[in-house]
Design a protein around this ligand. Structure first.
Ligand SMILES: [Zn+2]
Length: 403
């Protein structure tokens, strides 16, 4: 099929500081639905996921557990990889940012282009750094002097860093989001980003002193600096396609991404920083960014300290893949926060799958056996024309909602 339409979609890459939880399972399953749907429409689909494995947080975590950093990453990354089977995902590829053969060459090539064109420059800097976010944060982000996401006071960091000139892209980014050139779903997230742009975009640090951050991709031709984790992680979406390498067939075929699936906490990175980097490179922008909410457990944020982190492997083992997929898609709003409890899961199982859909299927099969003597015939002569119109309308509506 020479003229087959391509469709490239990605999930965010999971940070390998801890094992997978159901929040990421939700993102994978949502993206999987869209991947499968587009394959049904006969598109040439490429579906990417992977793991984000650099940063001082991971290095520290490995040390705490008495492990070699790469061994620690191998372990966690393989758990994320195993979600494919557990959740019955149709992913085509899995990228790791510690992959020096696949990821690093593209990262360093991009860096050089942006540096040569003056989009990346070195300067002295003093700023507030949240180790939890692995990011510099501004004073206006703080709530009572603390990072609201991590409830931690940021460190004041003074160093010489490379900066990416995000401020130069303020006007282009505003237009791009206003015109839906990159469509952010839901609309409320787009408005959030437009408001953020209005407050003014500042240049962002895109490297750190390698004495502070050694677990990462080195800045080309400058050993004193390591590329900032976020800056380099975003590049996975094109490094996995071989962009700027000898083997760039996939990049030529699949880029730009039709969909990036992400969680709400990383919207800025994906709808401001990433598009600005792509503008700097002069390559096409992703078409859609789909932002899902958080999953709470019994109304509380999932956290290790509360001991309420829900393990998707355990859920699948206990209830089966289909129920977990069904529950996350049916019970949790695709774009808003949703709540998980075992009671809700059991309720859905009994009410929807056992009594509702399960019962209907059992009745249809029984009836079909009785009437057609075990031969299931699909033929227009058996269809009431009203019924036919109705089912066709449902099919159209289904496509409309998925589109
Ligand atoms: Zn933080």
């Amino acid at each position: 099929m020479a003229n087959q339409e391509k469709f490239y979609l990605t999930t965010s890459i999971a940070y390998t500081n801890s094992a997978p939880h159901i929040g990421f399972a939700l993102e994978l399953i949502q993206a999987d639905v869209i991947a499968r749907y587009n394959r049904l429409l006969s598109k040439d689909v490429w579906f990417l996921t992977g793991t984000d494995e650099h940063g001082s947080k991971i290095e520290r975590k490995a040390k705490e557990e008495g492990k070699n950093t790469i061994e620690f990453c191998d372990e966690i990354s393989s758990q994320f990889k195993a979600l494919k089977e557990a959740l019955n995902l149709s992913t085509d590829d899995f990228i790791r940012t510690t992959d020096q053969k696949r990821h690093w060459p593209t990262v360093q090539a991009i860096w050089k282009i942006l540096q040569e064109s003056g989009k990346i420059e070195k300067k002295a800097y003093q700023g507030l750094y949240c180790v939890g976010c692995e990011a510099f944060i501004t004073a206006k982000d703080l709530v009572e002097g603390k990072c609201p996401l991590h409830n931690k006071e940021p460190e004041t960091v003074e160093e010489e860093n490379y900066f990416f000139k995000l401020s130069e892209y303020q006007e282009p980014l505003k237009k791009i989001l206003e015109n839906n050139e990159i469509k952010i779903i839901p609309e409320s997230r787009r408005n959030e980003m437009l408001n953020f742009i209005k407050e003014g975009l500042e240049d962002v640090s895109c490297s750190r002193d390698s004495k502070v951050l050694s677990w990462g991709v080195p800045v080309p031709d400058d050993e004193s600096q390591t590329i900032y984790v976020w800056f380099e992680a975003l590049i996975n979406y094109v490094s996995a396609l071989g962009y700027l390498t000898a083997d760039d067939e996939k990049f030529k075929k699949y880029w730009p991404a039709n969909f990036h699936f992400i969680g709400k906490d990383i919207t800025r990175f994906h709808t401001l920083l990433w598009p600005a980097m792509l503008l700097g490179l002069g390559i096409e922008l992703p078409k859609n960014v789909f932002v899902h909410g958080y999953i709470t457990v019994g109304g509380k944020k999932m956290s290790k300290s509360l001991g309420n982190v829900v393990d998707p492997f355990e859920l699948v083992q206990k209830y089966g893949t289909d129920l977990v997929r069904y529950f996350l898609l049916r019970e949790i709003s695709p774009t808003e926060d949703g709540d998980f409890t075992y009671e809700k899961l059991t309720e859905r199982y009994n009410a929807d799958l056992a009594n509702g859909i399960g019962n209907l299927l059992a009745r249809v099969v029984t009836l079909a056996n009785k009437i057609f003597n075990s031969k299931f015939l699909i033929s227009n002569q058996f269809l009431n024309p009203n019924f036919k119109t109705k089912t066709e309308n449902i099919k159209k509506e289904y496509s409309k909602f998925l589109d």
